[in-house]
Design a protein around this ligand. Structure first.
Ligand SMILES: [Zn+2]
Length: 171
C-alpha cells in the first residue's frame, strides 16, 4: 500500500502517512465511494434517456404507420428513419448504462481500470457526438455528466493510481 499523496509505502492499517501526514484509508475509501456514486448517477441518466428515446421511437413509429396508411409514403419513410436512429440510440444508451451500473459496483470491490477508462477522451467524445446525433435532449446530458466523472478521476489521478496499484491483479 502506498500513500496517495506522496507515494511513500505505508502499512495497511496506518490512518496517516508517516512521511507527509496524508490521511490514507478513509480518503481512498471515500474517493471510490464518490466515484461509484457518480458513475451510478450517470447510469441512471442514461437509462432515463434510453427510456425517453424508446417511447419517442414508439410514438414516431405509430405516426409513420398512420402516414403510410394514408398513402403519404415520403413522410412515413422519414419517420421510419428517425425511429431507426432513436432505436439504435436507445439500445446503445441501455448497453452503456448497464456497463456503468456494473462498473459502479465493481470498483467498490476492486478499484482497477479506472484511469485507463477515463483518461482517454476519445470514447467520451465519440459517445457525446453519437448522442447529439441520435439522442433527444437528455442524451447529451448523460454524456456531459460523463465528462464531469472524468474530471473527478483526473483531479484525483494520483490517489486512483495508488489505489489501482495496491489492488490485486485481475484473475
Ligand atoms: Zn505521504
Amino acid at each position: 500500500m502506498f500513500c496517495a499523496n506522496c507515494g511513500t509505502p505505508a502499512s495497511d492499517d496506518a490512518p496517516f502517512c508517516w512521511q507527509c501526514g496524508h490521511r490514507i484509508a478513509v480518503q481512498s475509501k471515500r474517493l471510490i465511494q464518490i466515484l461509484s456514486q457518480k458513475i451510478r448517477t450517470q447510469a441512471v441518466l442514461l437509462t432515463i434517456t434510453a427510456c425517453v428515446q424508446s417511447l419517442l421511437a414508439l410514438f414516431l413509429f405509430c405516426l409513420a404507420l398512420f402516414f403510410a396508411g394514408s398513402a403519404k409514403l415520403n413522410i412515413a419513410a422519414s419517420y421510419f428513419c428517425i425511429v431507426v436512429l432513436l432505436a439504435v440510440g436507445a439500445f446503445a444508451n441501455f448497453a452503456y448504462a448497464s456497463h456503468l451500473f456494473m462498473r459502479s459496483g465493481q470498483i467498490l470491490l476492486r478499484p482497477i481500470g479506472i484511469i485507463s477508462e477515463y483518461q482517454p477522451t476519445g470514447t467520451l467524445i465519440n459517445l457525446l457526438a453519437f448522442n447529439l446525433l441520435l439522442g433527444c435532449l437528455l442524451g447529451p446530458i448523460g454524456m456531459i455528466y460523463g465528462f464531469g466523472v472524468r474530471r473527478y478521476v483526473i483531479a484525483h489521478i494520483h490517489e486512483f493510481d495508488a489505489l489501482e496499484r495496491q489492488s490485486p491483479p485481475t484473475s
